[in-house]
Design a protein around this ligand. Structure first.
Ligand code: HEM
Length: 192
C-alpha cells in the first residue's frame, strides 16, 4: 500500500519536475557545445507562445471556445507549459543581468510547481472518483457522458478548489512579471 502510494503519486510528480531541470541542463550544454548560445536569446518567444497556447484548456473550461475534449486539452496544457517552461529556462540561462527577468522566472517556476501539484491532486481525486463510475453506469448513462461527468467531478473535488485559489493568483503574478519583462525589452530595444 505504502509502496504503491510512492509509485503512483510521489514518483510521477518528481519525474515531471526533475525531467524539466535535466532537459534544461542538457539543452543548455548542447547550445554551448555547438556555439549556438544566441538561439537561447530568442527561445523566450516560442516559450511564451506555447504557454499562451496552453490556455485553450482554460478557455474551453470557461466556455469561451467549444472545440476539443477537456481531458485532451488539459493534457495539452500540461505538455505545452512543460515545453514552454523548458524554453524559457534555457532562455533565462544565458546572461541575465536585470532583476525583473529573474523575478519573472521565479514566478514561472512557482507556477510550474503549483501546476504539477494540481495535477497530483487531480490524479488522486480521479482515482477516488473511479468508484463513482459504477454509480453512473447503473443510472444508464452512456460511456461518453460518464467520461465527461467524471472529468468535471474530479476537477471540482474540494481539494482542487482550494488549490485553484492558490494557482490562479500565482498565474496572475507570473503574467504581470512576464509582461513587464517583455515590455521593458521592447522599451529598451536598440532599433538599429
Ligand atoms: C507556466 C506555467 C503554468 C501556467 C501559467 C498555468 C496556468 C493555469 C491556469 C490559469 C489554470 C486554471 C484554468 C482555469 O480554471 O481556467 C491552470 C489549471 C491547471 N493546470 Fe496549469 N499552469 C502552468 C503550469 C502547469 C503545469 C506544469 C501543470 C502540470 C504538469 C499544470 C497543471 C494544471 C492542472 C492539473 C490544472 C487544473 C485543472 C482545473 O482546475 O480545471 N499547469 N493552469
Amino acid at each position: 500500500m505504502q509502496h504503491s502510494l510512492v509509485r503512483k503519486e510521489v514518483l510521477p510528480f518528481l519525474l515531471m519536475f526533475f525531467s524539466l531541470i535535466v532537459a534544461t541542463v542538457i539543452a543548455d550544454a548542447l547550445l554551448h557545445q555547438f556555439e549556438l548560445v544566441w538561439i537561447g536569446r530568442y527561445l523566450g518567444i516560442p516559450g511564451t507562445i506555447l504557454i499562451l497556447l496552453s490556455f485553450f484548456y482554460s478557455m474551453r473550461k470557461r466556455k469561451l471556445i467549444s472545440f476539443g475534449k477537456p481531458k485532451n486539452l488539459l493534457t495539452l496544457h500540461e505538455t505545452l507549459t512543460w515545453l514552454g517552461a523548458l524554453m524559457i529556462l534555457v532562455h533565462a540561462g544565458i546572461h541575465v543581468y536585470a532583476i525583473l527577468p529573474w523575478l519573472a522566472l521565479i514566478a514561472m517556476m512557482v507556477n510550474v510547481i503549483s501546476g504539477m501539484t494540481g495535477k497530483y491532486l487531480l490524479d488522486r481525486s480521479r482515482r477516488y472518483l473511479a468508484e463513482k463510475k459504477q454509480g453512473y453506469a447503473e443510472q444508464g448513462l452512456s460511456d461518453d457522458d460518464i467520461e465527461k461527468k467524471l472529468f468535471w467531478d474530479a476537477t471540482t473535488f474540494d481539494l482542487m478548489k482550494k488549490w485553484r485559489s492558490v494557482h490562479l493568483p500565482i498565474t496572475l503574478a507570473f503574467a504581470v512579471l512576464g509582461l513587464t519583462h517583455i515590455l521593458s525589452i521592447f522599451l529598451f530595444w536598440q532599433w538599429k
